[in-house]
Design a binder for this molecule. Structure first.
Ligand SMILES: Cc1cc2nc3c(=O)[nH]c(=O)nc-3n(C[C@H](O)[C@H](O)[C@H](O)COP(=O)(O)OP(=O)(O)OC[C@H]3O[C@@H](n4cnc5c(N)ncnc54)[C@H](O)[C@@H]3O)c2cc1C
Length: 516
């Protein structure tokens, strides 16, 4: 065995190797949609295992660099990104990763088709999926709230399939005082007296502490107009463009790029707004409500990306288990290794069922096909799917690192990155606890609990008398009953446990219903 060298894991077309995705889409998509979507997904699955993989490796190997000054001392705040990162942007536009959702010729299924594209794109994108999430969220917020001229200016770019026309968007909420609690936002929005190509109404002054996609062309952000109330109530939503027609930053100074645990290819900056021209989106006020429409999209993106991440980790572990031998046989032939893999595959399938269930509800809402009870479920389950899939993807990534033994801990195998990148899924777009509390708000404001309990009574798991599902449902019902007589603090302390119980039930039902 002196000359033994281990073969590393490899990928093949990630659509063809994914029987869960194929089975689900074949079942759910109407035939005319499937005729277009399935060949496209096959094509993207091939790219995800070939050229995109090369782009992602280049982007990871050459993280972005902030160049504050030109050689002569002028402040330029250039952010240099790798050719790989640029190619991933080009691929996103060409493949319509955002645009497909807004081409609503298949009604609610356009969103399902688009989320399937994102699911294949994201694990080979070095987290380019993050700028895309905010781009999609911005498109939705502008569609819902912006004046027609502003919509007409930005949306064709955000939804373009032409890489030369394509824009991405940032979502700048977090300040030094907090990302979960933005009530302390100290960005002042003063009257704007100059001229701007997008009819700016205000000049923004403040510091934004986490701005991913800092190379985007536009951003949506929160600010407080003069005289507005303190706290969250006084915040408004603003649109801004980062650069002027001469490609100079629009009164924005970038302080530095964050040195992060993972997401290394993604430029996340700290920056100051120094009188940045910005346009109110809709009327003054309701900033939190309006930016929630961005978060609804980005949280579902986060879930799909976490799901794609799990699939990638498992694909690599499955392949390796057929290449690596120990104690005289391949890893896959060891019952305990095979069982561990099978258990992770079951967790993945539950996440798949849960996430695509919500993605389809989102599609229904966007085209006005959603029933009132489904609308409440969408509101309730959006924070739950995000927190649930994030935690599962961290767990699966950690197990997969271990399944590679020592090689899983060595950087140039590419395996450690799986764990580092997974960790972000539970932090940005709302942490686990913050989202669990958001679920409680849906209980309170939307009366979501009775709607959920009624949904469970008519769901597949109950109708098909599945013993395991019915047992889990009984435990959930008993937990809720116990809480009914308890004070709000007890609900708050139980929120996380309830969120995972609900996530489990919806996921188990989706697995049964779709035979995943
Ligand atoms: C890589 C990366 C990129 C990012 N990009 C962006 C971006 O582009 N735009 C942007 O706006 N933000 C961005 N963020 C910021 C991110 O959204 C915030 O970090 C996140 O929302 C948490 O806010 P915080 O950091 O202020 O933590 P805090 O709000 O201080 O939270 C700290 C801890 O307290 C817990 N906590 C807070 N409130 C409660 C409560 N009521 N009950 C129980 N527990 C609670 C949280 O769960 C968390 O564990 C990014 C973050 C990362 C890591």
């Amino acid at each position: 065995m002196k000359n033994f060298y281990q073969d590393g894991p490899s990928l093949t077309n990630t659509y063809r190797s994914d029987l869960v995705l194929q089975g689900y889409l074949t079942k759910i998509l109407p035939p005319d949609c499937a005729n277009e979507a399935l060949p496209h997904l096959d094509h993207l699955g091939q790219r995800a295992a070939t050229d995109m993989l090369g782009f992602a490796q280049d982007a990871e190997a050459h993280p972005p660099i902030h160049v504050p000054y030109d050689p002569w001392g002028r402040r330029i705040d250039d952010i240099k990104v790798s050719p790989g990162w640029q190619s991933l942007e080009k691929a996103a536009a060409e493949e319509g990763i955002v645009a497909t959702a807004y081409n609503r010729k298949w009604g609610s299924f356009s969103r399902v088709y688009q989320m399937a594209l994102l699911y294949l794109y994201s694990p080979s994108s070095a987290i380019y999926s993050c700028p895309l999430a905010m781009t999609d969220g911005a498109a939705r917020a502008l569609e819902l709230f912006a004046a027609p001229d502003l919509r007409d200016r930005a949306m064709p770019h955000l939804l373009s399939r032409d890489p030369k026309q394509f824009w991405t968007a940032g979502q700048w909420m977090t300040e030094r005082t907090g990302g979960s609690d933005v009530s302390g936002t100290s960005t002042d929005a003063l009257p704007f007296n100059g001229t701007s190509a997008f009819s700016a109404t205000h000049a923004l002054h403040g510091v934004k502490w986490f701005t991913s996609a800092s190379t985007s062309q536009m951003a949506l952000t929160l600010g407080r107009p003069e005289g507005a109330a303190p706290g969250s109530r006084g915040l408004s939503l603003f649109y801004l463009e980062l650069r002027d027609p001469k490609n100079q930053l629009n009164q924005i100074q970038i302080h530095r790029l964050k040195d992060k645990l993972g997401t290394k290819a993604l430029p996340t900056a700290e920056l100051s707004l120094l009188g940045t021209p910005a346009r109110l989106v809709g009327n003054e006020g309701d900033g939190i409500k309006k930016i929630a429409s961005v978060l609804n999209i980005t949280r579902i993106y986060n879930s799909i990306c976490a799901l794609g991440h799990m699939r990638r980790a498992l694909d690599l572990a499955q392949d390796y288990s057929r290449k690596r031998a120990a104690f005289g046989k391949l890893l896959i032939d060891h019952p305990l290794h095979a069982l561990t893999l099978n258990e992770l595959e079951s967790e993945f399938k539950k996440c798949f069922g849960l996430t695509f269930f919500i993605a389809h509800l989102l599609g229904k809402e966007e085209v006005g096909e959603i029933r009132s009870s489904e609308k409440v479920l969408l509101r309730l389950l959006t924070p739950i799917v995000k927190l649930y899939t994030a935690k599962k993807s961290i767990h699966i990534s950690s197990e997969v690192v271990e399944m590679f033994g020592g090689a899983g801990y060595v950087e140039d195998t590419g395996i450690p990155r799986l764990l580092r990148d997974a960790q972000v899924f539970s932090i940005w777009e709302g942490t686990t606890n913050v989202l669990s509390l958001d679920m409680l708000r849906a209980f309170e404001k939307e009366q979501a609990l009775p709607v959920l309990l009624e949904y469970f009574q008519g769901c597949h798991g109950v109708k098909s008398k599945n013993a395991g599902f019915i047992k889990s449902l009984e435990i959930f019902q008993a937990t809720v009953k116990d809480l009914q007589s308890q004070p709000p603090e007890k609900w708050e302390a139980s929120a996380r446990k309830l969120a995972f119980m609900i996530g489990d039930l919806i996921a188990e039902n989706a697995v049964l219903e779709n035979s995943l």
